[in-house]
Design a protein around this ligand. Structure first.
Ligand code: R5P
Length: 303
């Protein structure tokens, strides 16, 4: 029998996710000691209980400030490896830097490549996340990297009516909308950006389906500044949509993103619990840790 321990850090999003995981798997949860020195540098100390285990599953989301979270993950993994833990599994519900996944302009850094290669080099043996921006990026980590999609799970929890029209903000996200829609037997489509040849104004329109009188759900992976969702919501309401709700895997909500989304007419945002929660009547969080628990059970780490 493999001796495994579940470990996390006292950061609200990671701790809450790990607590849910511990409940699902019916295992103990251990918490790292974490301090910040007066100059801002991080310090971590492993709890004695994880020493001597074969496998340690570390739950640590890359919450803002992302660089600090990432460094603390590296510090923790390196400490575990130096104590001869055979296998370190990182559960990072949110993986930062995933949108810079190629050179958009010549000679740019490819952030997700740097991040995933570094995690592998420091000793992460296996990586689990919720919906990385592009699944192909996981090749930079190598084998045993898993991006778990939350949309079917979220759709099953939300039980929205099947007359709902599910929309992706662009073609690249259409698989997300499809997965959500299929779980509730609803139709789906994606938005296409159109530019008026005379005025130059941009509009976003569904490719095939009219939104007139429809209750719309926009499904995306990340809400950052809220610009994409606000623009889409305004346009769809102008085109006659009855209501707009939003489903997202990662609600970063930078600055006044939530206000922007609210002002655009969105009635509800449903987000997975991969990042720190924002207190607001507009946003509701769905605990997706059971998806990770299932995946860990399937690896036979936990019976
Ligand atoms: C883009 O490719 C992503 O899937 C999101 O649509 C984007 O990151 C959203 O960003 P923002 O909220 O700043 O518009």
């Amino acid at each position: 029998m493999v001796k495994a321990a579940l470990l996390t850090v006292e950061e609200p999003a990671s701790l809450e996710f790990a607590e849910s995981l511990a409940t699902e798997l019916d295992v103990n949860l251990y918490v790292l000691t974490r301090k910040i020195f007066p100059d801002g540098e991080s310090y971590i100390r492993l709890p004695g209980e994880v020493l001597g285990k074969d496998v340690v599953v570390l739950v640590y989301s890359m919450v803002p400030p992302q660089d600090k979270s990432i460094f603390e993950i590296l510090l923790s993994v390196d400490a575990l490896k130096s104590k001869s833990i055979d296998k370190v599994v990182l559960v990072a519900p949110y993986i930062a830097y995933s949108r810079q996944d190629r050179e958009f302009l010549e000679n740019e850094g490819v952030s997700i490549r740097t991040l995933l290669r570094t995690l592998r080099l420091i000793g992460v043996d296996s990586l689990y996340t919720i919906e990385i921006h592009k699944r192909e990026s996981l090749r930079y980590f190598g084998e045993e990297a898993y991006s778990l999609s939350p949309y079917r799970f979220m759709a099953e929890r939300l039980k929205l009516p099947n007359e709902t029209l599910v929309l992706a903000p662009d073609l690249g996200a259409v698989e997300r909308a499809k997965e959500f829609a299929q779980a509730i037997n609803a139709s789906y489509d994606y938005l296409v950006k159109k530019r008026d040849p005379i005025t130059g104004d941009i509009t976003l329109e569904p490719k095939r389906v009219s939104v007139e009188g429809r209750e719309v759900v926009i499904v995306d992976d990340i809400i950052s500044t809220g610009g994409t969702i606000a623009k889409a919501a305004q346009m769809l309401l102008d085109q006659g949509a009855k209501s707009i709700r939003v489903v997202a895997a990662h609600a970063l909500m930078v600055g006044n993103a939530l206000e922007k989304i609210k002002n655009a007419g969105v009635s509800r945002v449903y987000a997975a619990n991969t990042l720190p929660k924002i207190e607001s009547g507009l946003i509701e969080y769905i605990d997706v840790a059971p998806i990770v628990a299932d995946a860990l059970r399937n690896t036979l780490l936990y019976p």
